[in-house]
Design a protein around this ligand. Structure first.
Ligand code: FPP
Length: 254
């Protein structure tokens, strides 16, 4: 069960999630090792977190490492894990000051104990932050989360969406009540979702950016939010105006 001491109020505002892609290509284009792209990516994380609250974002999910990224060469995996740990250790004091609540979502059973300890520290220190709920997805994939959640549940006619959402939150160490994703951004020019956020992005608006993640900044985030604000969201229903026209046409026998 999730420790109740880490639960706070339900986040308000937009939930934006970002698939931070393009670190490797950014480095390779500069003739540098891929790990340098990841280091530059950490600076982009800082810029993005700083810009998010001013754009009406209340929850920001950053996809940092998927369950499949363990297949990368060990030196790249190790460098990423070190980067995550150092980032949590160095950013936590500023996050406390700025009211940013950190949560690392995903599996923890395959992470190094020193990273698990840094996660626990960061989550505890920032638990009362209410300006931004920042979720970092590490050793996460939607299919893995859904499978493990399903294994915990007793199937049957009484099982509902809320039960399943709660079971997923529990297996990925999320706080209950995280709103579903409104805006899902992928940088780096690829047009796929890579097994991410399959449950909670059911009605997300998708924005694909050609910007490589290390170059991403507050202006790119603003542009994505503006594109989102210009979209019409229907959640499977019809906008009022369309619904009226369809009803009038039906009455006229059209
Ligand atoms: C995908 O780009 C990126 C990753 C698998 C790692 C994401 C990590 C960071 C942004 C580093 C810093 C993060 C934190 C939280 C400190 P890729 O390497 O697959 O790029 P490519 O498609 O160009 O090869």
């Amino acid at each position: 069960m999730i420790s109740s001491s880490l639960q706070t109020t339900k986040p308000k505002g937009l939930h934006a999630a970002i698939i931070m892609d393009g670190n490797g290509r950014w480095a390779e284009l500069r003739g540098r090792p891929r790990v340098e792209g990841h280091r530059a990516g950490a600076a982009a994380v800082r810029r993005t977190v700083e810009a998010a609250p001013g754009l009406g974002i209340g929850t920001l999910t950053l996809y940092a490492f998927s369950t499949e990224n363990w297949k990368r060469p060990p030196h790249e995996v190790n460098a990423l894990m070190r980067l995550f740990r150092n980032h949590l250790l160095s950013e936590t004091p500023e996050c406390v000051e700025k009211g940013i609540r950190i949560r690392v979502v995903g599996r923890r059973d395959r992470l190094d104990p020193s990273l698990v300890a840094a996660i626990a520290e960061a989550e505890k220190a920032t638990a009362s932050g209410s300006k931004l709920y920042m979720r970092l997805a590490v050793d996460y994939s939607a299919q893995d989360a859904m499978l493990r959640a399903a294994a915990k549940l007793r199937p049957g006619p009484r099982l509902n969406r809320d039960d399943f959402a709660r079971a997923i939150a529990e297996v990925i160490h999320d706080a209950p009540g995280t709103p579903e994703i409104d805006l899902l951004i992928r940088t780096g020019g690829e047009l796929r979702l890579s097994d991410l956020f399959g449950w909670d992005s059911g009605y997300a608006e998708l924005v694909f950016s050609d910007t490589m993640w290390p170059d991403f900044d507050g202006n790119d985030l603003r542009a994505a939010v503006e594109e989102f604000r210009g979209r019409k969201r229907r959640f499977g229903a019809l906008p009022q105006e369309d619904a009226r026209q369809i009803e009038a046409a039906r009455r006229n026998g059209v």
